[in-house]
Design a protein around this ligand. Structure first.
Ligand code: C2O
Ligand code: CU
Ligand code: CU
Length: 550
């Protein structure tokens, strides 16, 4: 599909991007452009040729039932995991094997699934190659996005682990939610995530499992990410003058435009937008609703049916239900990416994946036909997580801060400033409730703004109530062109310094990032848990790694 009248090739886009990087905004009018197939295109002809891939769940190398406390949170026991960050090869587009970097060499990496109340310790070992762009060693830091980790385990951008080193990350898993973990290295986050250093992380609890939601093989994780490939089928990284990367191939769970067989029943999808710069507006080809049941930080109080207003910025997670029970055997239903401003659309970027209804799968798990279950499936959810009514948070709010996200003098800035690890731009007291106003006053870009550490709720968007689907606990706030958002949250549970940034990771790397400090006396970001060397003489670090704790 070509949108708009201007058709350009990728080579022209590259040239254009180089210009854009040196000057200011992409001119309006070029923001949505069609695209003519040319020699630089990814070598993919047709969507829906590859089968959907379910993401494997990582097994702990060891589990204990010794209770303890990690910072402010108690836990009943600990699960230990080992991940080696290294290159790998896999099929992403039909007919080619692509080289990626991944957690255990896969893209996306293995899913970690934890029970609420059990601590996780994840040992990350650096076996990454040099950055081919500058010949320097690749240093990582791992952020578990959505976890209230202590500062030294939050993947601070300057808290780096070099090749030949490892670092153990401790996670409290204090509430059920869909999270993801990804690289956060200063200046290299976009490159590292694009190479493949990203994966999903689920925290589940008994309450959520007791709800009448689809389970087992009908509880499915989706990792969305767009890519460009060269004609040898290898991913190409080009941030068009430090502005953005929008590929011409949409991948789900590391597979280009997959097709998935589904029974005539309801499915739960836990989705993250793991793209570098592309947002999505999701809808079904049938026009039937997608029922949103969870936001970034957990289940909602009631399901919100969407039919086209459902926007997903980078790093946002949404849990949703699609009901296939009324479709005939053999029906094909496409999950579409409806257009959004600023995104660059290519031939098939309006398509995400296809569901092929196969009644022979019904036997395995019988169809759920009771329509009231769909509206009632979250009934009672208000009792979990002491869902603080947003009015209570608003009435407790101690102060309001304003944050302007803008392209300024050729730089990506927050309140006119760029990242400085030695500067703190806000200091809420530990446990204070604050209202933060996020402004994107320009028309040329959108910025999904991520605030680390705490869960918040949206008070208003452009002065109006937020859409039903985005009501709930969140940590990423989609600031579209000329939009403003007011959010409220309680600063804690830990004191310390945490980052806030645009989750277009190209913008983040090129300095649209700042930090706030909660309370006083938080743990030292760099020195409280430094990386350690992988002992010499052990050529395969995975042989050594299971010896926990170090
Ligand atoms: Cu998902 Cu600070 O990042
Ligand atoms: Cu985060
Ligand atoms: Cu941005």
């Amino acid at each position: 599909m070509n949108i708009g009248s201007k058709r350009i090739t990728r080579r022209e886009a590259l040239k254009f991007g180089a210009l854009a990087g040196g000057s200011l905004l992409l001119p309006i009018g070029l923001e949505r452009r069609g695209y003519a197939k040319g020699a630089d295109d990814s070598p993919v002809t047709k969507p829906f040729t590859l089968d959907f891939k379910r993401l494997p769940v990582l097994k702990p190398v060891k589990s204990t039932n010794t209770p303890g406390s990690n910072g402010e949170q108690d836990f009943e026991g600990t699960d230990y995991y080992v991940i080696t960050q290294r290159p790998g090869r896999q099929q992403i587009i039909p007919g080619y094997t692509s080289t990626i970097w991944g957690y255990n060499g896969t893209f996306p990496g293995p899913t970690i699934k934890q029970r609420k109340g059990r601590q996780a310790v994840v040992r990350h070992i650096n076996n990454l190659p040099k950055d081919p762009r500058d010949g320097k060693p690749s240093l990582f830091t791992v952020h578990l996005h959505g976890m209230a980790s202590l500062p030294q385990y939050d993947g601070y951008a300057e808290d780096l682990t070099a090749p030949g080193q490892y670092k153990d990350y401790y996670y409290p898993n204090d509430r059920a939610a869909t999270l993801w973990y990804h690289d956060h290295a200063i200046g290299k986050t976009a490159y590292h995530v694009y190479q493949g250093l990203a994966a999903m992380y689920l925290v589940v609890d008994d309450y959520e499992q007791s709800l009448p939601l689809p389970k087992g093989d009908r509880d499915v994780t989706l990792f969305l990410h767009d890519k460009w490939f060269n004609n040898a089928g290898q991913p190409v990284y080009d941030d068009l003058g430090q502005t953005h990367i929008m590929g011409d191939v949409i991948t789900v769970n590391g597979v280009a435009w997959p097709k998935m067989k589904v029974a005539q029943g309801r499915y739960r999808f836990r989705m993250v937008n793991g793209s570098i710069s592309r947002s999505y507006r999701l809808g079904l080809s049938t026009g039937d609703p997608i029922y949103v049941i969870g936001t970034d930080a957990g289940l909602k109080q009631k399901a919100a049916p969407t039919t086209g207003e459902f926007r997903v910025g980078m790093a946002e997670r949404y849990d949703f239900i699609i009901d296939f029970s009324k479709y005939k055997d053999g029906s094909q239903i496409v999950l579409q990416n409806l257009d959004l401003p600023i995104n660059i659309e290519y031939d098939n970027t309006n398509l995400v994946m296809r569901f092929d209804v196969d009644a022979s799968l019904n036997n395995a798990s019988p169809p759920e036909s009771d329509p009231t279950r769909l509206t009632n499936m979250l009934a009672g959810n208000e009792i979990i997580r002491a869902v603080t009514p947003i009015q209570d948070l608003i009435s407790q709010s101690k102060r309001t801060r304003k944050w302007q996200f803008a392209r300024n003098g050729g730089e990506w800035t927050i309140n006119g400033k760029i990242w400085d690890k030695d500067r703190v731009d806000a200091n809420p007291g530990l446990g204070d409730v604050e209202t933060w106003e996020i402004y994107n006053s320009g028309g040329g870009w959108f910025h999904p703004v991520h605030i680390h550490l705490l869960d918040q709720q949206i008070i208003s968007r452009n002065g109006k109530p937020p859409s039903e689907y985005e009501k709930g606990w969140k940590d990423v706030f989609y600031a579209g062109p000329n939009e403003s958002i007011r959010v409220v949250g309680k600063y804690g549970p830990h004191p310390g310094r945490y980052m806030m940034h645009c989750h277009n990771t190209v913008h983040e790397d090129f300095d649209m990032m700042t930090q706030f400090e909660v309370g006083q006396g938080g743990d030292d970001l760099i020195n409280a848990a430094p990386p350690k060397p992988v002992p010499a003489g052990i050529s395969n670090p995975t042989q050594y790694a299971p010896a926990f704790p170090a």
